[in-house]
Ligand binder design. Sequence first.
Ligand code: 6PG
Length: 250
Amino acid sequence: MADGGARSIITVADPAAGGKTAVGRLVARIGGNSGRIAICLTGGSSPTALYQLLATTEYRAQIPWDRVHWFVGDERLVPRKDPTHNMSMARQAFLDRCAPAANVHPIPTDTANLGDPDVSAALYENELTAFYGGDHLDPARPLFDLVLMGIGPDGHTASLFPGAPAIEETARWVVGVPKANVEPLVPRVTLTLPALASCREMLFEIAGRSKRVILTRLLAGENLPANRARSSGETVWLVDRAALPEDFRG
Ligand code: 6PG
């Protein structure tokens, strides 16, 4: 079923508590690397509390901004100014105020190629391989320190939708996704399972009653993208009580 190693599940009271736990883990990962750091962000609503905390005086002061680079695991093919643009949401929440512009690495969506996800994917793959310094992912040298993830109602994660070819990709780091399963129904660009797996930690945030049905299916072991996305290091699911299926409640 799953392609990677074991994962652990941490339950939290609510999204605010989830944000606190997530920011603590992010700061700890950054603290564990004295060199250049790479964080892969996610879209959707799940990281909202985390992103807001990163802009507060308390957490802002704990991050060596000049050494941290910010990427994104998937993007919707909309102009940068569109409110559903994943990296723009993160920019607005904290990056524009805190991070040097050169350390923010968005997936290009508003160039002449808007509408062709394969072109955006190829450009981003080039950016990632240049940053990494090679196109072969060495398990001893992960691409990212931390990869943030969310889970959609159909079990997708990043823009890896159930049954779509992107989920089976083993060579490319980034691919175009011509059709999304969920809103916004625009083409996407997504990192692939091997690129996402190349990290010290993959941290999922899963919150709200609406996630309970898909979480029940995933915890039963269904072969869905969110179950196949695993870090080569540590994989953690941060689940709030509202999302937790009855059987898993203490
Ligand atoms: C995207 C995402 C996607 C998201 C999940 C969960 O661009 O749509 O990166 O994978 O994380 O759909 O979304 P919510 O956090 O909004 O529930």
